[in-house]
Design a protein around this ligand. Structure first.
Ligand SMILES: [Mg+2]
Length: 141
C-alpha cells in the first residue's frame, strides 16, 4: 500500500507507536462500517463515507508499512490472480449452463416439430403450451 511514502510512514510510526496505530486503524475501520451501515439504511451520505475511506486507507497504509509492504504486495498479487481465476471459471460455468439449456430446449422443439408432417408446418396451441411448460421446467422456473 503506497498511499504514504516510507519516510512519512516511518516518521508517523516513531511518533505514534505501533500499538496506537493498530488501535487507530480499528477505530477508523469501525467508523467506516458505521458510515456504510447508515448509508445502506438511507441515513448517511457519501461525503461521510469518503472521509472514512480516506481515514482507513491512511491507517491501512501505516499497517502495511508496519507488517511489511512487500509481503502485503505479494499477498495482493496472489489474491488478484485467484479473483481472476474465479471470474474465468464462473464465465466458463455459466457458458456451459447456457449451452446445456439451449440444447435441452432444442431437443424439445425437435421432438415437437418432428412428431408429424403437420407439426413441421404448424405447431398447435397445445404444443406451444407443452413447449412453454417444458422450457419452464428446463429453466427451473
Ligand atoms: Mg474517521
Amino acid at each position: 500500500m503506497s498511499i504514504l511514502n516510507e519516510e512519512d510512514s516511518k516518521r508517523y510510526l516513531e511518533f505514534f507507536g505501533k500499538n496506537f496505530e493498530i488501535s487507530k486503524t480499528m477505530e477508523e475501520m469501525s467508523e467506516l462500517i458505521q458510515a456504510l451501515c447508515k448509508y445502506q439504511i438511507n441515513q448517511g451520505n457519501a461525503d461521510n463515507i469518503i472521509e472514512e475511506i480516506a481515514d482507513v486507507l491512511l491507517m491501512i497504509s501505516q499497517l502495511s508499512y508496519i507488517f511489511g509492504n512487500d509481503l502485503v504486495k505479494e499477498k495482493i498479487k496472489v489474491k488478484l490472480a485467484r479473483l481472476e481465476e474465479r471470474i474465468h471459471n464462473e464465465k466458463i460455468r455459466s457458458q456451459r449452463y447456457r449451452e446445456s439449456k439451449f440444447y435441452q430446449i432444442e431437443d424439445v422443439i425437435e421432438s415437437l416439430t418432428s412428431s408429424s408432417e403437420y407439426h413441421k408446418k404448424v405447431i398447435m396451441y397445445e404444443d406451444i403450451e407443452t413447449l412453454r411448460e417444458k422450457i419452464k421446467t428446463i429453466l427451473g422456473e
